[in-house]
Structure formats: C-alpha cells, structure tokens
Design a protein around this ligand. Structure first.
Ligand code: NAD
Length: 380
C-alpha cells in the first residue's frame, strides 16, 4: 500500500529563507512509510540543495506536482490558500489567532489546518515538537549578534595598551525562551546583563544565566495561563513603561522580547524614553510586528536612528536570518509532530489527544481549535 505523501513547499513570504524539512529529517519519515516530495529550490536559501534531498530519499518536484499530489503540505509560514487543494492537510506556523478568517476559509474548503504554534508547550512529550521555542531560541541568539554588530563599542571589558574599555551594559526585557538565550549570549560576549520580566518566576532563570534581575514596584505579578504572561491593563502598562524608563536610560543595549499570545505586544519603551538614552545606544525590538512592538517607534524589518543617536532595530523574522540552524530545528519539530499525527500510514485526527486539541485548527469542515473558534464567534 502506498504511504502518505507529504510535500515540502518553497516559502514565499518576503525575506523568509527557512525550509520546513531538511535532508537530515527525510530518512526518519521514510522509515515510517512517508513519501517526501520537495519543491525544487525549497531548501536553496537555507543552503540545502535539491541534490541533498534526492540523496536522502525525497523526490524533487515542481510546485504544481507538489500541491496536486501531496496529502499533507509542510511549510514554515502560512501557505498561499489558492494553491492548496480542497480536502488537503497543511502543517506550519499558521498564526491562527492572528488570522482567524483564513482559518475559517480553510475549514470551509475541507482543509485540515495544523499549526505548531498551538502546541501545549508545557507537556513534556510535546517538547520535541516545540517550534515556537526552537525558533525563539535562535532569535534570541541572533538578536544579540545584530545588536553587537550595530553597537560601535566592545561588549567585553578589554584592557589593552591603548586603554581600558568598559563592558557594555545590556538590558533584556522579557525573559522567556528568546530573552533567556539573549541573556546567555550577551554574557558570553562579556557584557553586563540585566533583565526584567513581568512573571516573577523568571527571576531565578535570569540569575542562573549570570544576569541581574530588575524588580519593579509599579506592576503586580503578570503570570497568566500556561506559563505565559497575562495582558496588562493600559494603566499597568503605562506605569511599567514609566518605571522602566530610568533603567533603560542607563543601558547601552536594550533587547525587547515581550509577547502575550494572540495580542498586541506590550509597549515598554516610549518615544520619550528613547530621548533619554545615550547616543550610540542600540535597541533591538524582537516583538516588532504589524500590530506594533515593544518600542513605540519600531517598524518590522526597519532600522531607525533617532535624532539623539539611538538605533532602533525592528527585528522582523530573526530565525529567517539564520536559516540553516532554524530549518534544522524546525524540521525536527515538524517531523516529530507529523509522526505523532500518523497512524497506520495515514493522518489520524483525534481531538481527544491533548497535543492534537492544541494544534489541529480546522478539520472536517469546521474550526475545531477552541481559541480560534472563540475568536471567530466574537467576530461574527
Ligand atoms: P512569549 O514569547 O509569549 O513572551 C516572551 C516573554 O515576555 C515572556 O517571558 C513573558 O512573560 C514576557 N512578557 C510579556 N508581557 C510582558 C510585560 N508586559 N512585561 C515584561 N515581560 C513581559 O514567551 P515564551 O518565550 O514563548 O515563553 C512563555 C512561557 O512558556 C515561559 O514561562 C517559558 O518558560 C514557558 N515555556 C515552557 C516550556 C516547557 O515547559 N517545555 C517550553 C516553552 C516555553
């Protein structure tokens, strides 16, 4: 009996250089009876040539053959809905909470949409599938490298015959997966690192990486559900930003990572606070998005230098700027999820399974994931 066919697409979003499956990940799927189709050139910008996929046992095809033949389409970002076949399945980071209308459209066409960002992340058996963590980890690392490259002084303490250079001071706002990797990376480059998070539990994690934890008095604990932060009220956000301002002004480099799932990222650095920073300071806003970011003036994918000499980098997709490592990690995550979803060589949707209840967004003509369905109810 022929096994299930999965098709790995070439990403089309501007600046996206990742690929959902790397050659290394192909044999494990083939061993499980999965036939892998790869769109020609899909891995090229992450430095995985077509030949490597072919050698690993995948079949290199054009886009038409892929979308026409695959039972399950694998991607990193959102698929273009026009290319998907009615009744097909698609797995990726689909951001359903930001695009509920697209999910409703896919449901209407009988497409099964499965999104890695719905994974119940604290479940230990799901950790190998946690693409949000693997990509945040890469983003946190890259954010520090981008900051260090832009900052026109040394990060470490250096004592040379030409004088002593003081270590750079780095402030990390939001100490989740990306923030913790940023703290570790900045420490390895020799900077003095301080960090703040609205979840008090993060204090020990910050300290264990050699960072100093900043405590604010104006905001109460912001721990929400599932290990995430809760959304602060506008008053709490204003009080937080005001208290943070004096800390921000004392740092050379600020890396902001604060997010609340499915919501606009909290505003933490106001335009006024930027005016109080020293010339030559650098901010990397990892939350910069079309919804806004943690820094009032940041724009995704753009670098802005203020009149007082502060460089504000609206980091778009940092994992896409390190596509080889990002794709390797993502491939392991999506491969593990795919194998979890297969039973007797075919996709087997079972909403009694906790992992599937989180990741399966649409199935059987309906939006089945609770959070997305709730958003759509609110919109109708
Ligand atoms: P995230 O990307 O949603 O947010 C990044 C950080 O921003 C979080 O630490 C959050 O607390 C912080 N934040 C949000 N609003 C803030 C505000 N107003 N002020 C300051 N900080 C603010 O988070 P994430 O990196 O995806 O991680 C979320 C949580 O999930 C963490 O507790 C993490 O340890 C946990 N997690 C657990 C596992 C696991 O158990 N295997 C895996 C991944 C993540």
């Amino acid at each position: 009996m022929a096994g299930v066919q999965v098709g790995v697409v070439k990403e089309t979003a501007p600046g996206e250089r990742r690929v959902a499956l790397t050659p290394d990940a192909v044999p494990r799927l083939r061993d499980a009876g999965v036939e892998v189709l790869i769109e020609s050139g899909a891995g090229t910008s992450a430095w995985f040539p077509d030949e490597d996929y072919a050698q690993a046992g995948a079949t290199v095809v054009d886009a038409e053959t892929l979308y026409g033949g695959a039972d399950i389409v694998l991607g990193v970002g959102q698929p273009s809905p026009d290319r998907l076949r009615d009744g097909q399945a698609v797995i990726g980071l689909l951001a359903p909470l930001l695009n509920p209308a697209l999910m409703a459209e896919l449901a209407g066409r009988g497409i099964t949409a499965i999104s890695l960002d719905g994974l119940p992340r604290t479940l230990s058996r799901a950790q190998g599938m946690d693409a949000l963590s693997s990509q945040s980890n890469i983003a946190g690392y890259k954010a520090v490298l981008v900051a260090a490259d832009t900052f026109e002084r040394f990060f470490p303490l250096l004592i040379t015959a030409a004088g002593t250079s003081k270590p750079a001071t780095v402030l990390v706002l939001g100490a989740g997966v990306a923030g913790l990797q940023a703290i570790g990376t900045a420490r390895r480059l020799g900077a003095i690192v301080r960090a703040y998070d609205v979840r008090p539990q993060s204090k020990g994690e910050v300290q264990s990486l050699g960072g100093q934890f900043i405590e604010l008095t104006s905001v109460e604990s912001g721990a929400g559900e599932g290990g995430y932060a809760r959304a602060l009220s506008p008053e709490e956000q204003a009080a937080q930003a005001a208290e943070l301002a004096e800390h921000i002004a004392k740092h050379d480099v600020v890396i902001t990572t604060a997010q609340v799932p499915g919501r606009r990222p909290p505003l933490m650095v106001t335009a006024d606070t930027l005016k109080s920073m020293r010339a030559g300071s650098v901010i990397v806003d990892m939350a910069a998005s079309d919804l806004g970011g943690n820094v009032e003036i940041s724009q995704p994918g753009e670098t802005i230098v203020t009149n007082n000499g502060v460089t504000v980098i609206g980091a778009g997709s940092l994992p896409a700027a390190m596509p080889t490592s990002a794709s390797n990690a993502y491939a392991r995550n999506i491969g593990a999820l795919l194998l979890h979803l297969l039973s007797d060589g075919a996709l087997h949707i079972d909403l009694d399974d906790e992992i599937q209840r989180g990741v399966v967004i649409t199935h059987g003509g309906s939006v089945v994931q609770a959070a997305t369905a709730k958003l759509l109810e609110g919109a109708s």
